[in-house]
Design a protein around this ligand. Structure first.
Ligand code: 13P
Length: 251
């Protein structure tokens, strides 16, 4: 059975006081019967603090937004997967388009980062998605297949159980333009089918596939009602506790 997951990617927003206040507000507003897995994705700087705030809630965890491809050593400013694990995070988000584009992260580098995460018992939210030009050029299916093939399809089926895939069309991120539920469902079904081909039906049925890109409280229900959409990776709307909690309750 795949899990419903709603992950907030706070990106480079919120100072320490604001981050703590946001986590407090979300935790206070969550209904007691919540069964969705909820993730906070703060800056590395507050990861330990935010993870600690989640310890009393069985469904809320912390996720880091990235990790180094290196295990340790002379890499000034980098943060290793081991450091992240020691802060009690549960997940690492890898392959976000903002990292791929702004920091030139290739599929090969991301493969190494996934291995670092797994070596430290962290689960991975692996992001993929196409540009508007790629979609208009009709190469988006091939592009997403390549992203998954080169970074995560080498994993064993048992390791793949610790992968969550996030489909984030770049043209929908922070733009206010959301993929229609049909467009999102089409890609999610395609990704699940690739997992069936690479592994088997069981693995595919147990893999959560999240949608990201201008997902908000007003469109989450429609998106999450699609057969292959198991939740969301939320940017802007995760910075407001009321909106974020509403999204977590949109299944
Ligand atoms: P927005 O929800 O702000 O479009 O961001 C999506 C995203 O990048 C989540 O990782």
């Amino acid at each position: 059975m795949r899990k419903n997951i709603v992950a907030g990617n706070w990106k480079m927003n919120l100072n320490r006081q604001e981050a703590v206040a946001l986590a407090e507000q979300v935790l206070a507003q969550l209904p007691a019967e919540n069964s969705t897995e909820i993730l906070f994705g703060p800056s590395f700087v507050y990861l330990h603090k935010i993870a600690k705030m989640c310890t009393d809630n069985t469904h809320v965890f912390a996720a880091s937004q990235d990790c180094s491809e290196h295990e340790s050593g002379a890499f000034t400013g980098e943060v290793s997967a081991n450091m992240i694990a020691s802060c009690n995070a549960k997940y690492i988000v890898l392959g976000h388009s903002e990292r791929r584009v702004n920091f030139k992260e290739s599929n090969q580098v991301l493969k190494t980062k996934v291995e670092q995460a797994f070596a430290n018992n962290l689960a991975v939210i692996f992001c993929c998605g196409e540009t508007l030009e790629q979609r208009e050029g009709g190469v988006h299916f091939d592009w997403i297949k390549l992203q998954l093939t080169e970074s995560i399809f080498h994993l064993s089926a048992s390791d793949f159980a610790n992968i969550v895939v996030a489909y984030e069309p770049i043209w929908a991120i922070g733009t206010g333009v959301t993929a229609s539920s049909e467009q999102a469902q089409e890609i999610h079904a395609f990704i699940r089918d690739l997992i069936i081909q690479q592994y088997d039906n069981d693995v595919a049925e147990n893999t959560s596939i999240l949608y990201g890109g201008s997902c908000k409280s007003t469109n989450a229900k429609e998106l999450f009602s699609q057969k292959d959409i198991d939740g969301g990776l939320i940017g802007g709307a995760s910075l407001n506790a009321t909106d974020f909690v509403a999204i977590t309750q949109s299944f």
